[in-house]
Design a protein. Sequence first.
Length: 147
Amino acid sequence: MVELDGEGRAVSLAEKPPQPRSRYAVTGLCFYDASVVDVARSLSPSARGELKITDINKDSLASGESQLQIMGRGMAWLDAGTHESLLKAATFIESLEKRQGLKIACPEEIAYRMGYIDADQVRALAAPLAKSGYGDHLLRMLEEVVL
């Protein structure tokens, strides 16, 4: 969990605290430069013999190198660390895709909508997938008007 100051900057991190100081969790989607290897080498294993990513994040926070991005409304972070949580995440994604007729994290669609590829490139990518729901989605996407 991350504690924020009055301006929304991270001031402390705690792994699974009994009394969280905020409602914001560090999701685990973190990006580091090469110096993280030296930080990881300096860590001591926890009582369970694990190296904790929270310790790397605490080092980054202490050095002033951390940048925090709050996930806004309409975004979800799904834990998939156990068989049960992976199944729950898969069921959640399946429900969204079926009810909304959309694909979650479709790289071709994202690239097309951001202007990285054009419609002809999408058609070429969809061609080998023509008999699957994924290929159908890509071709339907080209016909839709996005508001």
